[in-house]
Design a protein around this ligand. Structure first.
Ligand SMILES: *Cc1c(COP(=O)(O)O)cnc(C)c1O
Length: 355
């Protein structure tokens, strides 16, 4: 049976990336050695590191004056590393869910945090009415809320350094990098397997805090050494490169965005049409990457049955996060449209069974 991978993360990667990695795990760049057992300082891996940074810059159209870093520790380590490196007194957070809540907790150790939040409605929308304090060192947003299925639809304007957690929507659409001071994320949603964290950082924002920053947690360490201060996660970085090649060969970010809109529309339209289901996120803020839906109140008793039915049909990973309940279909770049069509068919079949 064909399986359809709707996991939120780690999640689907393109067949191209998987196949190229399998080949490299057996024989990397004609070295006769496995990718898993070559030095990160070998000329073959240095070439991978150079190319992945180059493709980040090319695909995202990153202006001069930014560095692209690959570090360990996940997006979760960045929650502390960012304020440690750039927060002098104050930060402003647009709190749109579980991940930004965690980031706020870390930032509080370094100064004052002011926030605006959508917690009043279980984070089902993106706050719109707020003013970013001009005396803040930075404003932090989570551009796509993997758990609650909401997404910032544009690159917001900010009078202070704009910092964005893009773990779950990096490379899903075109963005204006020049509006951001830092863009970061765990790679395991839309780019690579788990184990590597990407950081795109505007160099000039650094060097302004007085606190001591441990060597490994200092961005300048990684900038100076081109992400090779210590041993970087070699295999995930190789996979990230394959993903970027795949994106480039498939038309770049404009093409990804177009396809992602088509895919999301297909599923959102069915959620709206189907008499059993309803979406949980405010329509204007709905995510293109994580589509959350539940059984309508009067049909709640069918939830477990639908999950079992869908799983039997090969829909993997659609159980919603416990803080929202119901279902979540993650529709990252590599998820083919056929998988969405299969899910839509499953929802329609289930509706017929129940009517
Ligand atoms: C998954 C996720 C994280 C956590 O990433 P780790 O790499 O596991 O630390 C943070 N932010 C967002 C938006 C995520 O989706």
């Amino acid at each position: 049976m064909k399986v359809h991978n709707f996991y939120a993360g780690p999640s689907i990667l393109s067949e191209f990336a998987v196949e190229e990695t399998i080949k490299a795990i057996k024989n990397f760049a004609n070295t006769g050695l496995s990718l898993m057992s070559v030095s990160h300082r070998s000329k073959e891996f240095v070439a991978v590191m150079d190319e992945v940074q180059q493709l980040f810059k090319e695909l995202l159209n990153i202006p001069e004056g930014y560095s692209v870093l690959f570090v360990g520790g996940g997006a979760s380590t960045q929650f502390a590393m960012i304020p440690m490196n750039i927060m002098q007194k104050k930060a402003f957070f647009i709190n749109t869910g579980a991940w930004s809540t965690k980031a706020i907790k870390e930032a509080k150790a370094f100064g004052e945090v002011v926030e605006v939040s959508s917690k009043d409605k279980n984070f089902n929308y993106i706050p719109k009415n707020y003013e970013i304090p001009t005396d803040a060192d930075f404003v932090h947003i989570t551009t796509n809320n993997t758990i609650y299925g909401t997404e910032f639809k544009e690159d917001i304007d900010s009078p202070v350094n704009l910092v964005a957690d893009m773990s779950s929507n990096i490379f899903s659409r075109t963005i204006d990098v020049s509006k951001y001071a830092i863009i970061y994320g765990g790679a395991q949603k839309n780019l690579a397997p788990s184990g590597v964290t990407f950081v795109i950082i505007k160099n000039e924002i650094l060097g302004k805090v007085e606190r001591h920053i441990p060597t490994m947690l200092n961005y300048e360490t990684h900038i100076k050494k081109g992400s090779m201060f210590n041993t970087p996660p070699v295999v995930p970085i190789f996979v990230a490169l394959q993903t970027l090649k795949w994106i480039k060969n498939n038309g770049g970010l404009a093409a990804m965005e177009k396809m992602n809109i088509e895919k999301a529309d297909l599923l959102y339209n069915e959620i709206e049409r189907n008499s059993l289901f309803e979406g949980t996120a405010a329509k204007e803020d709905r995510s293109l990457m994580n589509i959350c839906f539940v059984m309508k109140a009067e049909y709640k008793e069918f939830s477990a049955e639908f999950l079992a039915f869908a799983t039997e049909k090969g829909m993997i990973g659609i159980k919603g996060h416990r803080s929202v309940g119901g279902f979540r279909a993650s529709t990252y770049n590599a998820l083919p449209k056929e998988s969405i069509e299969a899910l839509v068919d499953t929802m329609q079949e289930f509706e017929k069974m129940k009517s």
